[in-house]
Design a protein around this ligand. Structure first.
Ligand code: ATP
Ligand code: MN
Length: 302
């Protein structure tokens, strides 16, 4: 079989190193994001790391993994690696400390980073409330703008400062940083109070009910993200969807313009968008932890 040995083969290229991690299949195309390769996705994470890490490193995370550069074969992975002892259970979350960890996760097939609403070490005390606004897929942008204005007006009345980001999908996330004084049950009850007040005040636009039927022509305010172990996609995370959209923090004023949902922010423009901004719309996030007061609860009737 000598002829097999003499067949000319392209000499194996050494795997490129990114943040010290060897990247296999760097040229593998991302099928649903034409023009992009696995190495592009890795490099996005290397460059966006300074923005992504403050959102993922302090928190338990889960990832969406996809195989072979295709987004039709993805799964949600919550558990971290098992401990050394045979009887040790794997923790119900993963953890990322630095850019090398992010790059290693991407090398291993992760595209999306999702986080808990609590930070280490106090995982029993949530530090944010996430209102996941899930519109009917057909809901026109002006109705979504109405919904966001109503959410903001209610939070203003409650004297709560909130931050908004795209999801890279059909909706948006409104995030309220809170002090770590409340239980998960209290945070969820409060988020539910907000959702039910919105639906009570404007039942034509909002629903607090998970059923798909109730969502027709409306925005479902999903308050169930506010539970131990529940996740929401992290700011600056990609989404494993066509065009590699990004969950992008935005300023409330940006909602006044055109539709920013879906692929408006993506791997193609996220870094330029950040570079062109005069200020980080979430700059005050860490300074904005707020305590849920009795007056706020009473205002919601809870
Ligand atoms: P969209 O704007 O399209 O709704 P989204 O990220 O909010 O985007 P949802 O389907 O509303 O998507 O899910 C909200 C959050 O719930 C996600 O960000 C994710 O963290 C979590 N989630 C979604 N699917 C799963 C799943 N299969 N297993 C566990 N958690 C999930
Ligand atoms: Mn959603």
């Amino acid at each position: 079989m000598a002829h097999l040995r003499t067949t000319t083969r392209t000499p194996a290229q050494p795997a490129p190193l990114v943040a010290g991690i060897a990247i296999s299949h760097p040229e593998r195309p991302i099928v649903q994001a034409p023009g992009h390769t696995k190495l592009d996705v890795v490099r996005y994470h290397e460059r966006i790391g300074a923005w992504l890490l403050p959102h993922v490193a302090p928190r338990p995370i889960a990832v969406v993994k996809c195989m072979d550069g295709r987004f039709d074969d993805c799964f949600f992975q919550k558990h971290g690696p098992r401990g050394r002892g045979d009887d040790e259970e794997s923790p119900p979350f993963m953890r990322i400390a630095d850019v090398a960890d992010v790059v290693r996760a991407v090398q291993n097939g992760s595209y999306e980073f999702h986080t808990w609403g609590a930070s280490f070490p106090r995982l029993e005390r949530p530090d944010r409330i996430t209102l996941d606004l899930d519109p009917d897929t057909e809901l026109p942008w002006p109705r979504m703008q109405d919904a966001l204005a109503s959410v903001r007006a209610l939070l203003d009345r409650l004297t709560l400062r909130a931050f908004v980001k795209t999801t890279g999908g059909k909706g948006l996330h409104v995030v309220v940083p809170i002090t770590r004084r409340h239980t998960w049950a209290e945070a969820k009850a409060f988020a539910r109070g907000i959702a039910e007040r919105l639906a009570g005040d404007d039942p034509a636009l909002f629903t607090a009910t998970v059923s798909k039927d109730a969502r027709v022509g409306r925005v479902y305010v999903d308050y169930l993200r506010n539970a131990e172990g529940a996740t929401a996609v992290a700011a600056y995370s990609l989404r494993a969807r066509a065009g590699l959209p990004v969950s992008m923090p935005i300023d409330w004023s940006e909602l006044g313009a055109g539709d920013i949902r879906g692929r408006n922010y993506s791997i193609d423009n996220a870094e330029a968008t950040i570079a062109q901004r005069r200020a980080d719309p979430w700059a005050d996030y860490d300074r904005s932890r707020q305590t849920i007061s009795g007056a706020m609860r009473r205002a919601l009737g809870i």
